[in-house]
Design a protein around this ligand. Structure first.
Ligand code: PMV
Length: 328
């Protein structure tokens, strides 16, 4: 088979990954825990074709070159290298998101998860979830988690692998119906983000006086979030989630890496006001200005209505836990 199509969804980290291990392999420096979302999808087709003289990337109907193509081609190179010479053709990647990229949902996570699955299937090589998750992680560590559904963890990378060849794949901690929650994405700007996550992480590691504290604290927050999730204790999970985001951003801010916009703070205030009014709601923020709010499913409509009225919140996208990557 030389063509395959896969679908994957974005995920939101409850315990954040921020910072990479030194050396090759794109290994995270800390463990992370996320929830894969339903309802928002990336669909990607990979076709190896002897008539092509270079890899091609078509994103949302438009041919794309430069950095996005280079990152996608690097993944294809890894897949071709694993076929023992059987597949050497260039490929065309046709991919589309059914959600806007400026929605504050990481299209790189769903994008590389769908690309990794479609590429291994099209090349006819090992398509185990472990292999696909490891492959996706090498392009974008958070993408390793979108390969799997429900609540998903990714360990920190090995400390002693200068070659970068050890496999590191995400694992399911609990299925999507384990905890009846929703994530409310409060979109606060339509502008694209200015500092990508890799650059933000590198600058944090190089210049933040609090980076060492983050590396020390993140595994503890991860363990708290994981235990709370397994115990179905939404309040404890929410508290650990919010602490993880604040600790990550505190480390980044101290290096001058500022993802927040004025509306980010206004939305954070609104989450606190919800809590004061008795609605369990906890915020998290990724490498961008949008605020994502974890709530019980039963509180989602009320919380979404309140957050939607906040000045500076342009719209609220409601997402539920969803499935991992799969063939279409
Ligand atoms: O995997 P990347 O390079 O897109 O980085 C993800 C970083 C955060 O979204 C901020 C945290 C996370 O764990 O997803």
């Amino acid at each position: 088979m030389s063509v395959a199509t896969a679908v994957a969804h974005p995920n939101i980290a409850l315990a954040k990954y921020w910072g990479k291990r030194a050396g090759k392999g794109n290994y995270p420096a800390v463990p992370s825990l996320s929830v894969t979302l339903a309802g928002l999808s990336t669909t990607t087709t990979v076709r190896f074709d002897a008539a092509l003289d270079a890899d091609r990337l078509v994103l949302g109907g438009t041919a794309v070159a430069g950095e996005p193509l280079a990152r996608a081609a690097a993944l294809l190179d890894r897949v071709r290298a694993s076929t023992a010479g059987r597949v050497s053709e260039r490929a065309e990647i046709v991919t589309a998101n059914d959600f806007p990229t400026a929605s504050g949902l990481a299209s790189s996570a769903s994008g590389f998860a769908a690309l990794a699955l479609a590429a291994v299937r099209a090349a006819g090589v090992d398509a185990s979830l472990d292999r696909v998750s490891d492959l996706a992680r090498r392009s974008s560590a958070s993408a390793a988690r979108s390969v799997l559904g429900g609540f998903v963890e990714l360990d920190a990378g090995p400390l002693d692998d200068p070659s970068g060849e050890s496999r590191l794949a995400a694992r399911v901690v609990a299925p999507s119906d384990h905890l009846d929650v929703r994530v409310l994405v409060c979109v606060v700007t339509e502008e694209a983000k200015t500092v990508g996550s890799t650059i933000g992480m590198v600058e944090t590691a190089a210049a933040s006086p609090y980076y060492a504290s983050w590396l020390d604290e993140a595994p503890r927050l991860f363990a708290r979030a994981r235990a709370a999730l397994l115990a179905r204790d939404l309040e404890a999970l929410g508290e650990a989630t919010e602490k993880s985001a604040f600790a990550m951003h505190a480390a980044a801010l101290a290096a001058g890496v500022v993802y927040w916009r004025p509306a980010t703070l206004v939305a954070l205030d609104a989450v606190r006001a919800l809590r004061r009014s008795g609605v369990g709601a906890w915020a998290t923020i990724d490498a961008g200005p949008h605020v994502k709010v974890l709530v019980a499913a039963a509180d989602a409509a009320r919380a979404a209505a309140e957050l939607g009225r906040v000045t500076g919140v342009l719209r609220v996208i409601e997402a539920r836990p969803g499935e991992g990557a799969r063939l279409a």
